[in-house]
Write a protein that binds this ligand. Sequence first.
Ligand code: KG4
Ligand code: ZN
Length: 366
Amino acid sequence: MVAESSDSGFLLAIESSCDETAAAVIDRQRRVLSNVVASQFELHTRFGGVVPEMASRAHVQNILPVIDEAIRQAGIRLADLTAIAVATTPGLVGSLLIGLTAAKTLAWSLGVPLVAIDHLQAHIYACQLALWSQSGQAAGQKVQAESIYPCVGMVVSGGHSNLYACASPVDFELLGATTDDAAGEAFDKVAKVLDLGFPGGPAIEKCAKAGRADAFAFPRTFIHEERLDFSFSGLKTAVLYAAHGIQGAKVQPPPLDDARRADLAASFQAAVVDVLVAKAVQALKKTKYSSLCVGGGVAANQAFREKLEQVAQKRGFRLHVAPRELCTDNAAMGGLGWELVEKGRLAPLDLDVSPGLIRTAVPRKS
Ligand code: KG4
Ligand code: ZN
């Protein structure tokens, strides 16, 4: 039995927006008591990408065991939960619905509040949890006043390359986004071009270690423009042509051996990193914020992390990059739910998902 007090409480966060089924328990002091992730990586590998219907079915199989395990590892009982948080946007509609159904059922049967998580803001909040964990959790203290907000929030994942002005964990404005492929999507597609397998990000990163980042002068789209949007499809095509040539062209590239593959991977990675870092700096200038927080799967990339560190030191802004284990999809970052609970921003039981299939690039002024 867990003792009740005004600052006690346990939030169960559920995440099923894409191909990871995840649940975590976070206490009111924002300590992550458990963080369970069932990856569907092996299921989708042979198709070279996520198959939505298969992802939904795997969520159905995994969701209850994952929730049970999160409760068990946290050392509590279901009845000890005081709130349920669930990612409802953006994501694959079938996948999101599985997490939402579980969350609603638990909230209703336990009689506790339900809150709706924006998965992208949760990726940014992972930086906040990590900061508190470093400063307060070790000493078992209550949440420190130290905040990453206001900040420029950057989410670079398989589905998004978004920049936000984040006034607080729950008040944010989109500054820019990708107009075509997301950064992680470009990593995945280029890995296919180079026969490196899926998911592409870690495979490209590994291959790039043996290559020269300046071997190919790949495009850095929009880098000198004021707009805070991204475009990676031209870069992806440039890598395709450099690797396999252009049909009918007189001059064709040499065969794709390991050395050439490594040079292509390193040059591609450098082009993505240059653009991401440049746009983040532009967003800091535009918002006049002095803190940059980066999350999402691509933030696990070492070359990207190192370049961010260098630029932060040179320009003197505060940098928070999510720890690697909280970069890719997880439910611990759904600790963001506490911010909603404490502000009274509760969701009704007829809450729906919002897959967000429309590209969200900020409209240009003519
Ligand atoms: O955040 P995430 O797990 O899922 C989405 O919300 O999309 O991000 C997955 C993406 C994939 O495209 C994967 O290739 C990329 O993050 N990724 C990486 C690395 N690790 C994962 N990209 C570059 N370098 C990495 N080390
Ligand atoms: Zn994600």
